[in-house]
Design a protein around this ligand. Structure first.
Ligand SMILES: Cc1cc2nc3c(=O)[nH]c(=O)nc-3n(C[C@H](O)[C@H](O)[C@H](O)COP(=O)(O)OP(=O)(O)OC[C@H]3O[C@@H](n4cnc5c(N)ncnc54)[C@H](O)[C@@H]3O)c2cc1C
Length: 318
């Protein structure tokens, strides 16, 4: 089976979630990568390590901004050029917006939010997260042409031992409305580790009492090389910036490690974090709902537990 994997970039590097999509695609068939915008040939050729054999690249700066219609047109044309019946993409805000458009343009069936590699023993069955990650459904894809969007952590990023991928440039024909929307400015969230892509997240809630107490959260995050996050009321009260708010109405994260400090674990918060691999809850209330979702729980006062935990982690690093 020939698979087209669409990759997104950040500052000229392919995003980790897109590397996961390539690894996923390589478990399904032979992978051609579709890349767009400003990115070096070396970076693209290096995708061979993760299982890509070929890359088709639309080196067009207009595509740097992820314009929805134009990106969907590019992917549909790339799939046709590479003769791929299956398109795989890592979920992101852009991919959530373009996936159904790509399915319409390529006349494909679509399955979103997939969390497992397909079972092809009897057809093409995939498991997908539903009800904001509270349940899973297994669906059989009967159509020959498929668009699949992959949840974070569906597969681990691993080098599969391939050589460099061949890189071909590709120019696409765009329709009248493909660039009908123009992004005029971008305000990027700041921080050493950016939340949507973070592998580890230290998050805190109203239990911290006020913004002046976030120093210990930042210290713990720095020790772990983690991004910081918060619950909705915390950002509503301006204790923390809005781009740190995770949950149903905030950013959805799926890091390897999510530490929740002084957060009750309301369903709307869990909806954005329950795809994390390992969840640690620190809360002084043993009845806090977060303990039901957590892999590890510490019942205790955050103001005692967090500095001690940080100290121990630092000692173990030395
Ligand atoms: C439509 C809708 C959408 C929503 N979307 C979101 C969303 O996206 N994200 C989100 O987070 N919320 C969302 N909410 C709000 C959500 O329902 C909760 O109100 C919110 O998550 C609670 O935040 P919290 O846990 O920080 O605060 P609280 O509920 O006040 O909980 C604070 C916790 O801290 C603990 N605590 C207190 N002191 C300490 C201490 N010293 N040490 C340790 N623990 C301590 C307490 O035991 C408690 O469990 C939404 C609500 C609605 C209605």
């Amino acid at each position: 089976m020939s698979v087209l994997v669409f990759v997104e970039t950040d500052g000229g590097s392919v995003k980790k979630s897109s590397l996961e999509a390539i690894v996923y695609g390589s478990k399904v068939g032979e992978v051609t990568v579709a890349a767009m915008g400003t990115i070096s040939n070396d970076e693209l050729a290096g995708l061979g390590k993760y299982g890509a054999t070929k890359v088709i690249h639309a080196d067009d700066t207009q595509l740097d901004n992820g314009v929805i219609q134009a990106t969907a047109s590019f992917i549909a044309q790339a799939a046709e050029k590479a003769a791929c019946n299956t398109v795989v993409m890592a979920r992101s805000s852009l991919v959530d917006a373009i996936a159904s458009r790509v399915a319409v343009k390529t006349d494909s069936a679509i399955v979103t939010n997939i969390v497992s590699v397909p079972d092809t023993s009897n057809g093409f069955a995939v498991k997908r997260g539903i009800y904001t990650g509270k349940a899973f459904a297994t669906v059989n894809v009967n159509a020959e042409k498929k668009v699949l969007t992959i949840a974070k952590n569906a597969v681990a990023v691993e080098e599969v031992g391939g050589g460099d991928a061949t890189v071909e440039s590709f120019s696409t024909a765009y329709g009248a409305n493909d660039f009908g929307v123009e992004r005029v400015s971008v305000h990027k969230a700041e921080g050493d580790v950016l939340l949507p892509e973070a592998d580890r997240v230290v998050s805190a809630g109203r239990g911290l009492k006020g913004p002046e107490n976030w120093g210990m959260i930042e210290d713990l995050a720095q020790t772990l090389g983690a991004a910081t996050a918060c619950s909705k009321p915390v950002s509503d009260m301006d204790w923390r910036p809005h781009h740190e708010h995770v949950g149903q109405t905030g950013i959805k994260v799926a890091p390897t490690l999510y530490i929740a400090v002084g957060i009750s674990g309301a369903i709307q918060h869990l909806a954005g974090v329950n795809s994390s691999k390992v969840i640690v809850a620190i809360n002084k209330d043993p009845e806090a709902p977060f303990f039901k979702a957590a892999d590890y729980g510490v019942v205790g006062d955050a103001f005692e537990v967090v500095p001690k935990l940080n100290e121990l982690l630092k000692q173990n690093q030395n």
